[in-house]
Every structure is written in C-alpha cells, then in structure tokens.
Design a protein around this ligand. Structure first.
Ligand code: ACM
Length: 301
C-alpha cells in the first residue's frame, strides 16, 4: 500500500530501552525476571532488556518478523533513553560486561546494539539508531538519527556516520506552534511555522564533506498530546510544508515571505482534502489589559 504511493516505511523497534511492554509480556527478557505493568504513562522507564544471548535471540526473531513485513533498506532499532539503573544494579549484568572486556554500561549497550545491527546487515538491511548509541562503539555503517541538537549530529558526522536530522525541539511537532489561547495542548515551548522554516539541517561546525553524510530530516510526532486524528493533523499541517521545503528545495530558493505568499493556496488544498490544519501562524494575537481609566485596552501581542 505504501510502496504504491512511493512511500518507504522505516519501522522502529526500540532496544534495549522503552521495552517495558515487551518485558510485561515476557518477564525473562528483563534483568530481574519480574513482570512490570504495561506502562500507561509517557517518559523514560528503567525496564531494559537483559543484554544476554537469550534476549538477543528474541530480538533477532522480532527483526525476522519486522523484515518480513517491511521491505525498507533501513530498520530503526532505537537506543534512546536507556536508563541503566537495572543493569548497574545486577551482578549478573556487571559480570557479563566485564567478561566482554567492556568498561561501562554505555559500551554494553553498544555491544547489544552492534549484535542486532550485524544481524540486520547479514540480511542486507542497515540499522538506524538514536544518537545515544554513539556512547558505545557501533559499526560505522549504522545510520544515526540525531535528536540532541546539535551535539549528537556533530559527533555522528565526525565519526563518519550517515545522519538523519530529527532535532529536538525544532522538529518535534508535539510542541505548541503558537502562544494563542486557543492553541490545543502541546509540549512547551512554542515551535512555530517560522521556526521550522528557518531550521538549518546542517549543524554549525560541520564541514562540507561531513554535510554530505546528512541523509535528510525527520519530524517527530510523539502523540501523547494528540488524542484524536484531528489533533495529529493540527500538529502536522502546515509545519510539514515548511519542513518539506527545508528538506527538498535548494537553500537558494528559500525565503520566508515567498513561502508565506504560497501558503493560502496550500491551505486551500488542505481544506479541499478535509485536513484539520493549524491556522495559528496567521491568526491575530492580542492581549487585554485594564487601562488607567479602567477601560479595556486592546494590545497586539
Ligand atoms: C526521543 O525523543 N526519545 C528520541
């Protein structure tokens, strides 16, 4: 279905963190063997997959299913926000780390990631990981998805990785896009249409040769603040048009005013398609204050 529409889906299965649901289903995948609840909250949890051969076999099996479902060259294996509390507290995990000759838990995550990346490579696929995987040693062929702006991308480019820019907070479309009173709930601070338009995917300090390793950009649409599809559409449109221009138009063709001039036609298309887009970038903003004479003053803000 996606391929017929010239879309390649890159699936993400996060290891070794963001794994609480997997451990709730198969407690032996975790360090303690205990069964946690399936998390119903957002944020970072400390339920990591146990970095051993049995978990790896399980993950390889998951990857077999994922590869059968998704023909993409790239498979994202996460690696972000793996808080090592449980690993550090486990004598078994510490002993495993020492047996592998590794100095710390980040290197142990690197070992786990590399095993899975090598399994994917054996099947002709390329692993993608969030920039935290740079803290361990991972194959140079792994693609880094950088969200720590700009340090993650700079480090990845210096190490010779291909990089996808998914910078937080500018490309995190769960952020508010205006300070208007009727803006739907979102993550602070505001990342406006103009903020996205002005985003430069080449981090400052990167050389021209390094910049050639930037594969593209990604907008992240974490859905915690979006209980309905209409809210998803509000978060995406029209900021995605700004990002499309950043990604696909030469810098010489960039101009905020020109973009704005083309927006009414684009919004007309959204309307015709029934897309519940945000008009926050064009809405008048004003504040009410009590004047000295106790009359209300209107002040544009
Ligand atoms: C991320 O925002 N945890 C990649």
């Amino acid at each position: 279905y996606a391929a017929e529409r010239f879309i390649e889906i890159v699936p993400e299965v996060d290891i070794p963190g963001h794994a609480q649901a997997a451990i709730a289903s198969y407690p032996w995948l975790g360090v303690s063997g205990k069964r946690p609840d399936v998390s119903t909250d957002w944020g970072v949890n400390t339920w990591l997959l146990k970095p051993d051969a049995r978990s790896l076999k399980f993950v390889d099996g998951v990857m077999d299913h994922v590869m059968a479902l998704f023909p993409s060259k790239y498979i994202h294996i996460g690696g972000d926000e793996a808080a090592k509390d449980q690993w550090k507290a486990s004598p078994e995990v510490r002993a495993h780390m020492q047996k592998l000759g590794l100095k710390n838990m980040d290197q142990l995550q690197g070992w786990f990631t590399t095993e899975v990346a090598n399994y994917l490579a054996k099947h002709g696929r390329t692993a993608v990981g969030w920039d935290e995987i740079l803290h361990g040693k991972v194959p140079a062929s792994a693609v880094i998805m950088s969200w720590h702006e700009p340090a993650g991308a700079v480090e990845a480019l210096q190490q010779g990785h291909d990089v996808v820019m998914a910078s937080s907070p500018t490309l995190y479309l769960d952020h508010y896009q205006s300070g208007l009173h009727d803006e739907p709930p979102g993550r602070p601070d505001v990342e406006s249409l103009k903020d996205v338009y002005d985003y430069d995917p080449v981090p400052s300090g990167a050389t021209a040769a390094e910049a050639r390793h930037i594969l593209g950009v990604q907008a992240n649409l974490w859905a915690e603040y979006m209980p309905t599809f209409a809210r998803v559409q509000h978060a995406v449109f029209p900021r995605i048009a700004a990002l499309a221009e950043v990604a696909w138009s030469p810098a010489s063709a960039h101009g905020w005013q020109g973009f704005l001039d083309r927006m009414p036609a684009e919004l007309g298309r959204y309307k015709a398609l029934g897309i519940d887009y945000a008009d926050s970038a064009f809405a008048p903003a004003f504040a009410l204050t009590a004047g000295a004479d106790n009359n209300i003053d209107f002040a544009p803000s």
